[in-house]
Every structure is written in structure tokens, then in C-alpha cells.
Write a protein of this length. Structure first.
Length: 181
């Protein structure tokens, strides 16, 4: 009985020793584990943010048809081509004030066929004293090649330039920056 226990003990230690050896060619699990770890390390991580430069122009057609976009223009997104961009006002017209809060719906689209690639709502404020605007919102539509940005926060800011169209002083351009986090 003692000799059979000794045989089982030696056999068990041998199995454990050779079964746990990392360079044992009979254990493909260790190689597979290393491959999975390497694959996970090299997997593409989502970008921290996407930035772009906006070149926007005031659309005077909005005075005749309030369903027209207030601002139209282009945006060049980091690492991408140039796209069209437009903003639709969701705010009621206001009388003169130093700070003007606003809400908008924006779209970024393919130039030519107007396929929307990014869109969402934003809210912000523009100040008359320094002509700056700043707004924050959320990406609600994200199509190819921007699917990973759906639901992310968006931040836009810039400076409005003005033109004197007597008897009105109206906005002319609003270049700015665009960032999705």
C-alpha cells in the first residue's frame, strides 16, 4: 500500500511539473493565452477626441424662411476630408442683449450628396461685447466613418465677425473650433 501511494505521489508531482511548464510543447493553451494577450494590447482603442476647424457664414435667407439654416459652411475634421456644416436655430428670436443664449441643431454632411455623417443638439451663448460664442451638446447621429462618436459630448467655440447692412448690423462669419470628447 505504501509503495502504491509513493507511485501515485511521484506520478502526481510529475504531471503537475510538466503540465504547468510554460515552454511545454504539449500545452497549446499557454501559446493561445499569449496570442490573446498580444491581440488585446494591439487592438485599436477609440480616440480620445476628434477636432476640426469650422468656417461658417451667416445665412440671410433665415430672415425670409425661419426653417432655413442660420449658419452654413464647411468643417475640416482632423485626419478627414472637408465636410459641409449647417446650424438650425431652435431658439425664439430675442431683442438686443449683451449675452444671447441659444439652442441649435447641427449637421455635418458629405459635400455633394448631403449624406449626414454627424448631427446633434447644442446649447450655448454668444456675447456682443467680444463677439465670442461657445456651445456644448451631444452627438445624436453618427454614420460612417464616425460611428464611434455616437453619444459623445461636443464643444464648439469661435468669434463672430459682423457686417454693417444699414439699417441692420448682421453677423457675417463665425470661424471656430469643433471638438468631440
Amino acid at each position: 500500500m505504501k509503495s502504491s501511494n509513493l507511485v501515485f505521489l511521484v506520478l502526481g508531482v510529475t504531471i503537475i511539473f510538466f503540465g504547468c511548464s510554460k515552454d511545454d510543447s504539449l500545452t497549446p493553451e499557454s501559446d493561445l493565452s499569449d496570442q490573446v494577450t498580444t491581440s488585446l494590447k494591439s487592438a485599436k482603442k477609440p480616440s480620445a477626441h476628434l477636432t476640426g476647424a469650422m468656417d461658417l457664414y451667416f445665412n440671410p435667407g433665415v430672415f425670409l424662411d425661419p426653417t432655413e439654416p442660420v449658419w452654413v459652411g464647411t468643417i475640416v475634421l482632423e485626419g478627414q476630408d472637408e465636410y459641409g456644416m449647417r446650424f438650425f436655430s431652435l431658439s425664439a428670436p430675442r431683442t438686443y442683449s449683451q449675452a444671447r443664449p441659444f439652442e441649435e441643431y447641427f449637421e455635418i454632411f458629405e459635400i455633394g450628396d448631403e449624406t449626414v455623417v454627424l448631427a446633434g443638439h447644442d446649447a450655448g451663448v454668444s456675447t456682443l461685447a467680444n463677439s465670442k460664442y461657445r456651445m456644448n451638446g451631444e452627438i445624436e447621429v453618427a454614420n460612417y466613418p464616425f460611428e464611434e462618436w455616437l453619444g459623445r459630448g461636443v464643444h464648439m467655440s469661435g468669434i463672430i465677425t459682423w457686417q454693417d447692412e444699414a439699417p441692420l448690423i448682421v453677423p457675417a462669419t463665425a470661424p471656430g473650433t469643433f471638438r468631440i470628447n
